[in-house]
Design a protein around this ligand. Structure first.
Ligand SMILES: [Fe+2]
Length: 367
């Protein structure tokens, strides 16, 4: 592998352009983020963690994903990128300040690399202690979430569970690439990403990868990016989803699920389940513009010593448990087109079943 230009530390925020911001503000509040800053043209939402914001949207002519921002450990990383791509290091004039360099990836996605951004004061959330069959850590203390049964309130003519998830931080993005290998190589060579899982397609070729930051012996999220080659995608349709870690484990994710479900205004994309690659519990919700956002918790952490694993289509799509992955998963589309797309596209588990049955028949024929 080439020596990368830099080794970014983490992802900070995703950036969108939207025609209208009010509906998105409402969605993000329900999703469990907090408005950190707004002006006439932009909204900045944060989690309970130290990033001053994790989601930015600016008013524009169309609804589109612009790109993502990453944290550099050193100012010299910005200098290396500036020299290689012949772009200026500029002062960040958005909240948080510091400096940044902006480059464009092979799929036209904007990549902002930031240094010196002022951290936000984290918002304290008390973690719950869970009793399990094996370990009883909580005694003489009742387990209560929010206002307990009083979280259920009648809104109009329906019961709404008012306690939302508490999003802590942005953990990763998934992108759809015109050429997955070119994208994987670019993020490895430019930002120092390591490959956690190389995803092998039915024909034996690589379909893409789950990639993590290289921070040496410091454990990091199993994936900060998931770069997949989807035919006909890339460019404006490059956005797959963004995954946000919730503050406090499984109940935090479950509360958010019932909040979004009972608010009854948003399209539930996929979940609740437990991924295999990255191991996190997941729950995916579409925003009003059709972009998918994930609540996740309990993901794998690994340092740079863990070697790349090759993983098949089954590992990618079937999860460890949970409902079947929908055929629309990972594809950005207007919400009112999703049901029709699901009805007319073959399901992914259906495709896996066909492939595995064909492979089995071939082996039986040969023996
Ligand atoms: Fe994800």
């Amino acid at each position: 592998m080439n020596v990368p230009l830099c080794k970014i530390a983490d992802i900070i925020y995703v950036r969108f352009e939207l025609v209208e911001l009010e509906a998105q503000k409402k969605y993000l509040n329900h999703f469990g983020m907090m408005l950190a800053h707004e002006d006439d043209n932009s909204i900045y939402f944060r989690g309970t963690g130290t990033s001053p914001y994790i989601y930015v949207a600016t008013k524009g002519k169309e609804n589109k994903y612009i790109g993502s921002a990453y944290k550099a450990n050193n100012f010299s990383d910005l200098e290396a990128l500036s020299k290689e791509f012949d772009v200026d290091i500029v002062e960040n004039n958005e909240p948080g300040g510091g400096h940044k360099v902006t480059v464009i990836d092979p799929d036209g996605i904007r990549v902002e690399v930031c240094h010196g951004m002022k951290e936000a004061e984290p918002i304290a959330v008390v973690s719950k202690v869970l009793n399990t069959g094996q370990s009883k850590q909580r005694e003489n203390e009742l387990q209560r979430f929010g206002k307990a049964a009083d979280e259920w309130q009648v809104h109009g003519d329906k019961w709404v569970y008012e306690l939302s998830s508490k999003v802590k931080r942005l953990g990763h993005t998934a992108i759809n690439c015109k050429d997955a290998q070119a994208s994987v190589d670019w993020y490895s060579n430019v930002l120092g990403f390591l490959i956690s899982n190389n995803c092998i397609g039915p024909d034996g070729s690589s379909m893409g990868a789950f990639m993590r930051c290289d921070q040496g012996d410091k454990p990091v999220d199993h994936h900060t990016m998931n770069n997949m080659g989807l035919p006909g995608e890339g460019g404006a349709l490059a956005y797959g989803h963004a995954g946000y870690e919730v503050q406090d484990s499984i109940d935090d994710l479950m509360a958010g699920h019932y909040h979004m479900k009972t608010v009854d205004e948003y399209y539930h994309e996929w979940g609740i389940g437990r991924h295999l690659l990255g191991s996190q519990m997941y729950d995916y919700w579409r925003d009003p513009h059709g972009f998918t956002h994930e609540h996740w918790t309990d993901g794998d952490l690994m340092d740079a010593s863990i070697p790349t694993e090759n993983s098949g289509f089954r590992d990618l799509a079937m999860a460890q448990y949970g409902p079947e992955v929908p055929s629309t998963f990972g594809i950005t589309m207007p919400v009112d087109q999703i049901d029709k797309a699901r009805a007319t596209h073959p399901t992914i588990p259906g495709m896996i079943k066909e492939m595995e049955m064909a492979a089995k028949a071939e082996i039986e024929e040969q023996s």
